[in-house]
Ligand binder design. Structure first.
Ligand SMILES: Cc1ncc(COP(=O)(O)O)c(C=O)c1O
Length: 406
């Protein structure tokens, strides 16, 4: 009684934007799925087995010995100058040459997405996103009270006719979309990558429609087959704001990512960042710098690709063996996720309870769709469990799905 009265009293004190904020569907689902003994295909996290802890220990000791108290001082809002220079080199090696004012270090790409929302979006603005898309991004856009329009994502990339159609509908209704948000390589949640033709077509459409692109690329280096095709930023530097992160390659606890974009936009992002957190962690950034200088990041990529490839192979083979007719799934060439589609009319959120009772968990796919579709989809990660556990988890999931289908 007291609690609900107190809650409603504070509700009145909240901003309109805060009143509209909701915990993400994944967080709501986690109450159900984070139980001991459950085989979990749910978390959107890299495996801690891949974190190079011994190297971190050595590097942190070295940084503290060398920098002493300086390692714990505030740093520039944009990031350590020496790290920016090193990341410029890192980006140039991927055909994305940049000047220093075109680069900014953030505490994770999630912060980059939030800052971009703040400097690019007004309430009521439209952002075009893939359908499905990454919930962290759509939540950030929603927090700026933007409206989202979803464009169909096919196996080889964005449906470009749908993009032009949806754009025309927005313009016809009097709102020109502010930007297009895409994750072209091994997308979270679907594992889908845009092939070269789709990337070219996307840039051509963006030029025709005068559309700014925000390219989110945390998984591009986690490829299992051929190296992924060029980034959109490397294909058209003027039209693309690019984000990438060290979270999936090294460890998300180091909270270090980078943003590349036009100087004018980044100058505003810097001001927004100043009021968000003054600056990132000087210690984390010095550790990332040392990792770059030692060649540890490239070595780490070589090490973790076969690790995740083996897990992906186990999951795909198990799905092949266990899933009944009418169930489809993606075969990602990299990243951490497989996207499974149940027959039309089934609901993965409802099925989750039966799956948890069987001892396996996933994330239902509906919330990744900004238009309310996708009820019959789910995201499965192969990152967390070891190979025998993945096989057992898919067997359990297969039993649940077979029962529901029949
Ligand atoms: C597509 C995508 N973008 C951004 C992020 C944020 O990553 P971080 O803030 O750790 O760099 C994630 C994390 O899962 C992601 O999947």
């Amino acid at each position: 009684m007291t609690t609900s009265r107190a809650r409603s009293r504070y509700e009145d004190r909240l901003s309109e934007a805060a009143r509209g904020m909701r915990f993400s569907a994944i967080r709501r689902m986690s109450a159900l799925i984070e139980r001991p003994g459950i085989i979990s295909f749910a978390p959107g996290q890299p495996s801690p087995e891949t974190f190079p802890v011994a190297a971190f220990q050595e590097i942190i000791a070295e940084v503290v010995a060398r920098e002493s108290a300086g390692a714990f001082q505030y740093i520039l809002t944009r990031g350590l100058g020496s790290l920016i220079a090193a990341v410029q080199e890192y980006a140039a090696a991927k055909d994305m040459p940049t000047t220093a004012p075109e680069m900014l270090i953030t505490e994770g790409s999630q912060q980059g997405l939030d800052l971009l929302s703040r400097v690019l979006l007004d309430p009521g603005d439209v952002v075009v996103v893939e359908r499905p898309s990454y919930i962290g991004a759509t939540s950030a856009f929603r927090a700026s009270r933007a409206r989202m329009v979803g464009v169909r994502l096919d196996d080889c990339g964005l449906d470009l006719d749908d993009l032009r159609r949806r754009h025309a509908e927005c313009v016809g209704a009097g709102t020109t979309p502010k930007f297009l948000y895409v994750i072209p390589s091994f997308q979270n949640p679907s594992g889908i990558s845009h092939d070269l033709d789709h990337r070219r077509g996307l840039l051509e459409a963006a030029r025709d429609l005068d559309l700014l692109i925000v390219e989110d690329d945390p998984y591009g280096d986690l490829y299992f087959e051929a190296a992924p095709v060029a980034t959109l930023r490397s294909m058209d530097g003027a039209r693309v704001v690019y984000l990438s992160s060290f979270s999936k390659i090294l460890a998300p606890g180091l909270r270090t990512a980078f943003l590349i974009g036009p100087e004018e936009i980044l100058a505003k992002v810097e001001i927004a960042k100043q009021s968000a957190n003054l600056c990132g962690s000087g210690l984390d950034q010095r550790v990332i710098l040392a990792c770059l200088k030692r060649g540890l990041i490239e070595a780490q990529k070589e090490r973790i690709r076969p690790y995740y490839r083996a897990k992906r192979d186990t999951m795909l083979a198990a799905l092949e063996a266990e899933m009944p007719d009418g169930v489809r799934w993606t075969r990602p060439a990299g990243g951490l996720f497989v996207w499974l589609t149940l027959p039309e009319g089934m609901d993965a959120e409802i099925l989750l309870e039966a799956a948890v009772a069987e001892g396996v968990a996933y994330v239902a796919g509906g919330p990744f769709h900004v238009d309310g579709g996708g009820a019959n989809t789910m995201r499965l990660t192969f990152a967390k469990e070891d190979a025998p556990t993945i096989a057992e988890g898919v067997r359990r999931l297969g039993r649940v799905v077979k029962r529901a289908v029949s």
